[in-house]
Design a protein around this ligand. Structure first.
Ligand code: GLP
Length: 240
């Protein structure tokens, strides 16, 4: 409940209260949040305070607003371990979630200077350029552009790319994937990303670039992935 004599700000107490209702399932994803007026009457607090609490929860992605309709409880974010070199398929299967991919483009192109440099290829060496929408239970979660050395992975088909590319790499080369360098940046969805991810243009996204090698050091992948920031958060255990 809200304790007005507590040193904790009231908006913060309300924020925690709503969070708890979401965590315990009292409020479920898709549920409409009670109105500002209802909260303000129930707890005898100002509507400004209610708005402040709700704004905080919209900002951290637990709630979302729909113009003209109100405020709703968002789907739970997928918590992804920051450490651990897993594939999208493994991430989803580990959660018991049905996964699929839409291969929107599948081409062989010539490596530009950046791709060649990252993958230890020569400029203009052939690389697969594969653009995929990655879905979980039919909801688009990520959009990925993947470059793979075409000579090393010859024979890759569009059908195989609709499945796990990591599995293909390991089976085709009979060698395990070993390590990757990865960066994560904040970004905003452009037209294409917004369309593929079914979010509004300009929505926050997480831009992840991964440069992956086999255990023996052979570069096998350069991927640019765009994850929905409203559905993902990264988690890491740290200590000192
Ligand atoms: C993740 C990584 C990508 C990688 C993909 C492979 O999404 N961010 O860099 O290409 O997994 O997934 P899969 O083996 O399911 O095709």
């Amino acid at each position: 409940m809200i304790d007005k004599s507590s040193p904790l700000p009231i908006y913060y107490q309300l924020e925690e209260l709503i969070k708890k209702q979401i965590e315990t399932g009292e409020l479920e994803p898709g549920d409409a949040l009670p109105s500002e007026r209802e909260y303000s009457e129930t707890y005898q607090i100002s509507r400004m305070t209610v708005r402040q609490a709700v704004n905080q929860l919209v900002q951290n992605g637990m709630l979302y607003r729909q113009q003209g309709k109100g405020t709703f409880v968002a789907e739970r974010k997928i918590e992804k371990q920051l450490l651990g070199l897993t594939s999208f398929t493994e991430d989803m299967q580990g959660r018991g979630v049905q996964t699929s991919s839409d291969v929107v483009e599948f081409n062989i192109v010539l490596a530009n200077a950046y791709i060649a440099g990252q993958m230890q290829l020569k400029k203009k060496d052939p690389v697969y350029e594969i653009k995929r929408i990655r879905l979980a239970e039919n909801t688009p979660m990520a959009y990925e552009i993947t470059y793979l050395p075409a000579t090393l992975l010859n024979g890759l088909t569009k059908e195989a790319a609709a499945q796990s590319i990591y599995r293909y790499i390991e089976q085709h080369l009979n060698s395990p994937i070993g390590q990757a360098k990865q960066t994560i940046e904040a970004s905003a969805a452009d037209d294409v990303e917004a369309e593929y991810l079914q979010i509004a243009k300009g929505s926050p996204i997480l831009l992840i670039e991964r440069n992956t090698r086999l255990k023996d050091g052979t570069p096998v992948e350069l991927a640019k992935s765009v994850y929905r920031a409203d559905r993902y958060k990264f988690k890491v255990d740290i200590s000192r």
